[in-house]
Design a protein around this ligand. Structure first.
Ligand SMILES: Cc1cc2nc3c(=O)[nH]c(=O)nc-3n(C[C@H](O)[C@H](O)[C@H](O)COP(=O)(O)OP(=O)(O)OC[C@H]3O[C@@H](n4cnc5c(N)ncnc54)[C@H](O)[C@@H]3O)c2cc1C
Length: 160
């Protein structure tokens, strides 16, 4: 039973892009609608695979940026000289399809009681995996968030 579940998570599937939200000039959040998704935990990631018309493929890993129970989403920063991120941040549109597999990773996941420590120690560069943790603990300790950085999603998660 467990082996079947692992095999399912490591099987590529075509997911529809539900939405693409621009966070900053170089960062987008992509919400995905995979037909088979077993759910995810804060701190897990997924693999994305793009295939060109000539069959060339490129795979990259992305932290899952949505909370457990929410539709699966990733937040991607464009690297100007990158191969995959310029496509994901510049060309991908809602309704497109891309291949993914996951969720991947089970050792560095965070439960509510441990997530608070994670947020205290996180920096601006690693905000994507923090967002699900923020959502499950329900509040955010004081963090410095530049207005043009994707980490503004952390601030948005803080209850009034
Ligand atoms: C566990 C994990 C989670 C991640 N989560 C996220 C996330 O949430 N968001 C996110 O944006 N990214 C994340 N990443 C990074 C992501 O997987 C990609 O590496 C990133 O999007 C860049 O991919 P790219 O194809 O655009 O760039 P690439 O084409 O892979 O290039 C990356 C950089 O390496 C340089 N480079 C490429 N090939 C060479 C070479 N042969 N010699 C020297 N330099 C080279 C390029 O010039 C570029 O600067 C994660 C990575 C891991 C491992």
């Amino acid at each position: 039973m467990e082996t079947t579940a692992v095999r399912g998570r490591l099987t590529w599937q075509a997911a529809t892009v539900a939405s693409v939200t621009r966070e900053t000039a170089s960062v987008v959040t992509i919400e995905l609608d995979p037909p088979h998704w077993p759910g995810h935990r804060a701190g897990q990631h997924l693999d994305v695979r793009l295939t060109a018309d000539d069959g060339y493929t490129a795979e990259r890993e992305y932290s899952i940026a949505s909370a457990p129970g929410e539709p699966v989403a990733i937040t991607v920063e464009r690297l100007e000289d990158g191969e995959v991120s310029p496509y994901l941040t510049g060309e991908l549109r809602a309704g497109d399809e891309l291949e993914l597999r996951g969720p991947v990773g089970g050792y560095f996941v965070w439960e509510p009681v441990r997530a608070e420590n994670l947020v205290h120690g996180s920096d601006q560069q690693s905000c994507s995996p923090c967002h699900p943790a923020v959502m499950i603990i329900g509040h955010v300790p004081a963090v410095h968030v530049p207005p043009d950085h994707a980490a503004s999603r952390l601030a948005a998660a803080r209850p009034a």
